[in-house]
Ligand binder design. Structure first.
Ligand SMILES: [Zn+2]
Length: 204
């Protein structure tokens, strides 16, 4: 691997915002004879994280069943300047050639340490549009691909139906629009619906 590495994961700490009602992150450390051992309690939807289809669809694939190849490979970063609460539709991408199967979208509508309901999200039609382009991973710099108020998760469900994996809560402020290699591997948590990831981009 050559070229600059962009860390697109917010640091996992107690100041990270989590979806209202989810368990916030906390940690506990013990040091005995100079040996530090810690444990953490947290929602799996903390910081940069992957949602498996099981998150919103019964009997669908859990995070350990999603092939690692989803999370390692070429990707396209698209930077948009969106208004709060904006809902992305296919027309937002009419002037952008979608040439990669992994698409990361910077909306600029969410700060990882400050919860707000105002973030931009996807209209389910937009998920259909990406599906027709062969996209199998969609990343976003907000805590959810659905609006905060959409408790029935229409965009999540559309993604699960179409085999598209979601990568949420990315930090894309310091990355330019363009093409990169993405590495964002989830933990192999058997039977669970999500996992935090350390997501990075490198120049290609
Ligand atoms: Zn999630």
């Amino acid at each position: 691997m050559s070229g600059k590495i962009y860390d697109i994961s917010p640091a996992v700490a107690t100041d990270l915002a989590v979806y209202p009602g989810d368990l916030p992150y906390s940690s506990h450390s013990a040091t005995d004879s100079g040996v530090m051992v810690s444990d953490i309690h947290t929602t799996l939807h903390i910081g940069a994280h992957v949602d498996a289809p099981l998150h919103c669809m019964a009997n669908a694939a859990s995070i350990d069943q999603v092939e690692p190849s989803y999370f390692v490979g070429s990707c396209q970063v698209i930077k948009l300047r969106l208004k709060p609460k904006y809902k992305l539709t296919p027309s937002d991408f009419k002037d952008i050639a979608i040439t990669e199967k992994r698409i990361l979208i910077a909306t600029g509508t969410f700060e990882p340490t400050k919860w707000s309901d105002d973030y931009a999200a996807f209209h389910p039609e937009c998920i259909d549009f990406f599906h027709t382009k062969g996209v199998f991973l969609i990343g976003i710099d907000t805590p959810s691909v659905d609006p905060a108020a959409a408790h029935h998760l229409p965009a999540h469900k559309r993604m699960a139906e179409q085999g598209i994996i979601g990568l949420e809560n990315l930090y894309l402020n310091e990355v330019e629009q363009g093409y990169y290699l993405l590495i964002a591997l989830p933990l192999k948590l058997r039977g669970l619906e999500a996992s935090p990831v350390r997501a990075i981009l490198t120049e290609v």
